[in-house]
Design a protein around this ligand. Structure first.
Ligand SMILES: [Fe+2]
Length: 251
């Protein structure tokens, strides 16, 4: 239990860096849980030994190191450092929420408003973590697509040309709001669709294969480009590693 409390104490300050309106709400929920769980710890601070369920839990997620991207043209060190910090916050928060939900399950307190609120919020943190891993993982390249790749051919076959697909993808990325422009592959029939993902968790294609997400939250471009989102999108494409992107496509 002490471990959980510690994780929550650690998570709360980091959550402030997430630049979202919901962080205050989640902080409140976590504080409620802290009080709630704190009451379950003995006065001497002892806690029960690990249950079988606790021992079977997967290890917490670990944030990846993307510092090799420092120096990437069109992305300042300051902007990348802020972005990496925000990503690490999603990892921390995803772990904290999963820990709390595990405790609720073990304490048979799943039919509570707190459980429901955290469960509803979990997708936001989890998708925030995972989408950033796709995003940072596809950067650091030359920006030159392989015109012989299966993905390139599929794009040409479906959209008429690579440029037509890119125009549509960029139009999604230029939509007002915060979120992601995301090239999905519908695995049901293989078709490619540029989707708008609102924030991190609304608008995903069920059963879809994530090919290419582009972050268009303001934190991704405001530091370097102000309101010039197109300038940021141009820099994004100039640094894409198409070998990574191509490897995600399923023939
Ligand atoms: Fe981001």
């Amino acid at each position: 239990m002490k471990k959980i409390e510690f994780a929550i104490f650690e998570a709360i300050p980091k959550m402030q860096g997430n630049c979202n309106l919901r962080s205050g709400f989640v902080k409140k929920i976590l504080l409620i849980n802290l009080i709630f769980f704190g009451a379950l710890v003995g006065e001497d601070g002892s806690s029960a030994s690990l249950s079988a369920a606790q021992e079977a839990r997967p290890a917490p997620y670990k944030a990846n190191d993307y510092s090799h991207l420092f120096g990437m043209p069109g992305f300042s060190r300051d902007a990348l450092a802020v972005h990496f910090k925000l990503y690490e916050g999603y990892v921390t928060n995803a772990n904290a929420l999963l820990s709390i939900l595990n405790e609720y399950a073990e304490q048979e307190k799943t039919r509570t408003p707190q459980f429901a609120d955290i469960k509803r919020h979990l997708g936001w943190e989890m998708d925030g973590m995972r989408l950033h891993e796709y995003y940072f993982g596809e950067l650091g390249g030359s920006g030159l697509p392989d015109k012989n790749s299966a993905l390139y051919h599929a794009i040409e076959a479906q959209f008429g040309s690579f440029e037509a697909w890119k125009k549509d993808f960029e139009a999604v990325g230029l939509m007002r709001g915060i979120g992601w422009s995301l090239l999905y592959q519908d695995l049901k029939d293989g078709r490619l669709i540029n989707m708008w993902i609102n924030e991190h968790d609304h608008g995903h294609l069920a059963g879809g294969n994530i090919i290419l997400p582009m972050d268009v939250f303001e934190h991704a471009y405001l530091i370097d480009y102000g309101l010039d989102r197109q300038g940021y999108i141009d820099a994004f494409f100039k640094n894409l590693d198409w070998e990574v992107v191509d490897s995600r496509y399923q023939e």
